[in-house]
Design a protein around this ligand. Structure first.
Ligand code: HEM
Length: 542
């Protein structure tokens, strides 16, 4: 009997089903694993109904408040249960009997910052959406610290002087109001260097991992630069009033084989800068954290590209001069409300082209490949968006780490349908970031018919340009003229595309799988039969 891929090696990827669909299945994610049988009247649908009933599920009258660790620890009983996840505190007392993993499991996190535990079990679960009616407020681990915004080598700004560098009267007032409320979580210092040439300045960021999500924002004055680096569940930031104005957008370059990232700033007026600028310390709110504690941002559709008869790419940009990067294998969520019902779906952002290097303009956009499902409320809505329409997109999420495959020489990717989207980031990473290490990237792409193949031209172009990359298409409902592979995933097909692995040999191959759950589970089982352990492959859950 074939075993499914291990949960530790799997995370939700592109196609977590929208809530409307999953409600019928009784699971938030369609995942049929160790869940408990919920008592009648405690399905996800019942939970949503309770949320919409107007009942106060926060237990504190719905007024958002800051919560210290001591306060949190006092709510550690089944009948009075709070927990913190990623900086938000929720009253999970009413959710206890609705939790698909059972009351005892949920109890393990109560009274504490359960971020790590939650991520270990099911990082993909959309807790903030499920628990939004239970939000008590913001978790404030420390109440007295202020955060150094720069490393010690840079000129520091004094409390008094700081106000002078904030652009407007309103900002100064806001700054003064915030001086006495330094309620921010502890942050590590972000190390950086900078150097300059006549035309450009460059800030080199020393990140801790190769998976940072970096958000760059430039004020309307083209001088107020904010860089926020999020990695390992913590954020670090730099904020500068630059020596002079720069051109938007700057270029972001991930330095190959390192965790350094370079931000190249093009000067409006070429010339010598004595310093990068004046460092400024900002509060949470000034850093742009939405007051509602929601992590969704409004983005504008700035371009639309057709991929095939039912799939298109939406190019999205922030409303202000801002962009953020998505680490490989991570996803964003898009949501919208239909007749009072919130529906949400995960998408793995792709790039504008797999072949051409991105321009600065390309980098400042988020590209989502949207396949329209006839019964998918959200996907149909997205597919009918026009230029300048606004959609709400979350910041990136995910726990996948590229370190699992950076030293492997050969990558074998098995994708079905839109399960292809996480592969785009993997391929780019292998080609451009782990330079000199990867000698073969083989994609086997499963679709129904020829017209369902996504980005076929782009894949062919890539195969022509990079001899390490090959693509094989497999069609389950091919017409007679098709000369390529036919069928569905099975042992024979897998063996024709992938060498068996002898567990005694040094690992040189790594396998990625993404597609519908049945495809992923079947492939995971077949891989075990072929000698691959769960350290040799990663399944992006579909
Ligand atoms: C922090 C402590 C928590 C623990 C230890 C825990 C544990 C678990 C376990 C063991 C399962 C079954 C996993 C499986 O599918 O194999 C589960 C499922 C689930 N939990 Fe939790 N949980 C916690 C918190 C939460 C919270 C705060 C939420 C609120 C949104 C939540 C929502 C869910 C959902 C929606 C599922 C079903 C997942 C699926 O269908 O794939 N859990 N949980």
């Amino acid at each position: 009997m074939l075993s499914p891929p291990t949960p530790t090696n799997a995370r939700k990827g592109t196609t977590v089903a929208p809530k409307i669909e999953t409600m019928q299945q009784g699971s938030a994610t369609g995942n049929p694993r160790n869940k408990v049988a919920l008592a009648p009247g405690h399905s996800l649908m019942d939970w949503i109904r309770l949320g919409n009933s107007g009942e106060d599920l926060t237990g504190v009258g719905g007024r958002l408040q800051d919560v210290t660790p001591e306060q949190l620890a006092r709510h550690c009983r089944r009948d009075d249960a709070w927990l913190a996840i990623r900086g938000n505190v929720y009253n999970v007392t009413p959710y206890m009997n609705f939790h698909p993993g059972g009351v005892e499991e949920l109890e393990r996190g109560i009274g504490t910052d359960a971020t790590k535990l939650f991520s270990q079990v099911h990082a993909w679960v959309n807790y903030d959406s499920i628990l939004k009616k239970c939000l008590v407020g913001r978790y404030r681990p420390r109440t007295t610290d202020s955060i150094p915004a720069t490393d010690g080598s840079s000129p520091s700004s004094s409390e008094v002087g700081l106000g002078a560098f904030l652009a407007t009267k309103e900002e100064k007032e806001k700054h003064n109001a915030n001086r006495n409320t330094p309620l921010q979580p502890p942050q590590k210092k972000l190390r950086y260097d900078w150097y300059e040439q006549e035309e450009r300045g460059s800030v080199v960021l020393y990140c801790q991992t190769q998976e940072p999500s970096i958000k760059v924002t430039l004020g309307d004055d083209n001088q107020n630069l904010t860089i926020v680096v999020s990695e390992k569940d913590a954020s670090q930031s730099l904020h500068f009033l630059l020596e002079n104005t720069i051109v938007w957008p700057p270029r972001l370059i991930q330095i190959p084989n390192s965790s350094k990232v370079e931000l190249q700033l093009k000067k409006v007026k070429p010339g010598h800068w004595k310093t990068l600028g004046l460092p400024i310390q900002k509060s949470d709110q000034e850093m742009g954290e939405p007051v509602s504690y929601s992590n969704y941002s409004k983005m504008k559709v700035s371009d639309i590209f057709s991929v095939n008869y039912n799939t298109k790419i939406l190019a999205l940009s922030y409303l202000e001069q801002s962009f953020s990067t998505t680490p490989v294998g991570h996803h964003v969520r898009v949501h919208n409300t239909f007749e009072g019902q919130e529906v949400e779906r995960c998408y793995t952002p792709i790039c504008k082209s797999m072949v051409d290097l991105p321009t600065e303009e390309d980098q400042a956009h988020l590209y989502l490949m949207i396949k329209e499902y006839k019964d998918g409320l959200l996907s149909s809505w997205l597919a009918t968006r026009s230029i300048d329409d606004i959609i709400e997109v979350s910041s990136s999420e995910g726990s996948f780490q590229t370190s699992c495959f950076t030293n492997r020489k050969e990558l074998y990717l098995f994708a079905a349908g839109t399960g292809f989207t996480p592969m785009v980031g993997v391929i780019n990473w292998a080609r451009r970031i782990i330079i000199g290490k990867c000698t073969k990237i083989s994609l086997t792409f499963f679709n129904r018919t020829e017209k369902d193949i996504l980005w076929r031209d782009e894949l062919d172009r890539l195969a022509q340009k990079d001899s390490r990359f090959t693509v094989s298409h497999v069609l389950s409902e091919a017409d007679e003229s098709w000369t390529g592979l036919r069928g569905r995933m099975d042992g024979e097909l897998l063996r024709s595309q992938l060498p068996s692995r002898n567990p005694q040999d040094d690992p040189k191959t790594f396998v990625f799988v993404c597609g519908p759950t049945a495809f992923t589970q079947l492939t995971g089982g077949l891989l075990s039969v072929m000698g691959y352990s769960n350290k040799d492959y990663h399944c992006f859950q579909g």
